[in-house]
Design a protein around this ligand. Sequence first.
Ligand code: NAD
Length: 275
Amino acid sequence: MAGLLEGKKGIIFGALDERSLAWHVATHCQQEGAQIVLTNTETAIQLGTVAELAAVHNMPLIVCDATKTEDIEALFTRARALTGGDIDFILHSVAQSTNLRRHKTYEEANYTYFQQTLDISALSLHKLLSTAMRMDVIAEGGSVVALSYIASERYFYGYNDMADAKAMLESIARQMGALYGQKKGVRVNIVSQSPTPTKAGGGWKEIEFFYRYSDHLSPLGNADADDCADTCVALFSDLMRKVTMQTVYCDGGFGRTILTPGLVDDYRRIEDVKD
Ligand SMILES: NC(=O)c1ccc[n+]([C@@H]2O[C@H](COP(=O)([O-])OP(=O)(O)OC[C@H]3O[C@@H](n4cnc5c(N)ncnc54)[C@H](O)[C@@H]3O)[C@@H](O)[C@H]2O)c1
């Protein structure tokens, strides 16, 4: 049986190393028959392991800073030449907050860093989609997915300016989804993923506690990187051809749950320790 993405061509932004969500998405898409072009910044390629991974899996790797329109234009031109045609799907898996990295509290955020967070983590999706529309890079009925987190819509202690970036990212996906859908039938969706151990996902000190809490509050448990990848494959495929402008929660039910027996047990154990 043919793979779900047989004959399709995709560009994957944001694979840094083998833990990256984007790396899992890239390999799952390849397994489903897609031809993949990887892209990341020069620094990420130097500091991460994506170049070795790309070579082993025979995926071209193109340098592109997603905040620079001229880089995105060059990427699209090369990707089209390398794959021999229009692009069917794109994954935006790009985020960075220097406020988070430097442990700045939200109320004392550095505004230069704040603007960089928005530029890298949200506006880059606008630039990517706007450039793709102008250059007419994406095939009729194509699919674009960006990764987000539920802190876009709920207060989450410690998520800092990334929460604002994710809210903006999701809004951009809706607005551009409407425009690109009407123009060329291109879908734009968000996958809102469970906390997952990656470089970007591990930038704060309470993270181990939070993974456990999230796992116990989610009726299906935390979604891992492979679950995220399968959700993206489904959205890239023709099976989801009428799904657009949506936030799809790959979170084991976390966002719809207030209390589970697992969490009650955790509290009981804590109380026992205190007694
Ligand atoms: N890991 C999690 O817990 C989690 C949960 C929900 C959503 N997400 C989102 O998933 C996406 C991928 O994160 P990840 O967890 O795989 O971590 P990651 O660190 O592996 O990926 C982040 C990527 O963004 C890239 N990037 C940063 N600045 C860039 C720029 N200017 N141009 C192009 N690329 C740039 C980095 O090089 C890196 O490859 C992010 O949007 C993140 O917010 C992660």
